[in-house]
Design a binder for this molecule. Structure first.
Ligand code: FES
Length: 183
């Protein structure tokens, strides 16, 4: 009687069963499921931790007014208003920046935050200085420190003129340092 070859016979004489391939299949299914769970956890984590940081870094130019309205050499406080959308929630952020039209041309825009410890300051017409009420720092019309503990001049904000309008990009800076460091 001739030898009939069995299709599942292995070289060692054993027989393969469907169990091995089933095990491999389950192994891959488990790995895929674990991968999906990992991805499901990673996406919210990314949007919670990383995405706000990216959002924070996205800056927009904001129209703060006509340059013809700015008197030469006299600081003017201007509203810098932006809308921030977070999902369904839309909030409005309002900052009051200080703009100075230089007599020799050009416009300088100052951050409204004192460089000492972050208080708001104001322009005093009679003293011709920016005065901070918190610890007595004062700055001249060019933002240079002329009194008090402020460690550096006022921080300047990026600005440009388009079609007779002043556009400003708002930024935050760390206070208390001898040089400007953006946050
Ligand atoms: S915060 Fe302005 S002087 Fe201290």
């Amino acid at each position: 009687m001739g030898h009939v070859e069995q299709p599942d016979e292995q070289p060692g004489g054993g027989f393969s069963t469907p169990v091995g391939s089933r095990r491999t299949f389950f192994h891959w299914v488990t790995a895929a499921a674990a991968g999906l769970v990992g991805l499901g956890l990673a996406i919210p984590l990314f949007s919670t931790l990383i995405s706000p940081a990216l959002r924070r870094r996205r800056r927009d130019w904001v129209d703060v007014g006509a340059i013809d309205d700015l008197p030469s050499g006299q600081p003017r406080q201007l509203d810098h208003v932006t809308s921030i959308r977070d999902g369904w929630l839309e909030t409005t952020s309002r900052k009051a920046v200080w703009a100075v039209k230089q007599p020799q041309g050009g416009i300088t825009v100052f951050s409204p935050i004192c460089t000492h410890l972050g208080c708001g300051y104001r322009w005093d017409d009679s003293e011709q200085k920016f005065l901070c009420p918190c610890h007595g720092s004062s700055f001249d019309v060019n933002g240079q420190v002329v009194g008090g503990p402020a460690p550096r001049p006022l921080d300047t904000l990026p600005s440009k003129v388009e079609g007779g309008r002043l556009l400003v990009m708002y930024k935050d800076f760390k206070s208390g340092l001898p040089r400007s460091v953006e946050t």
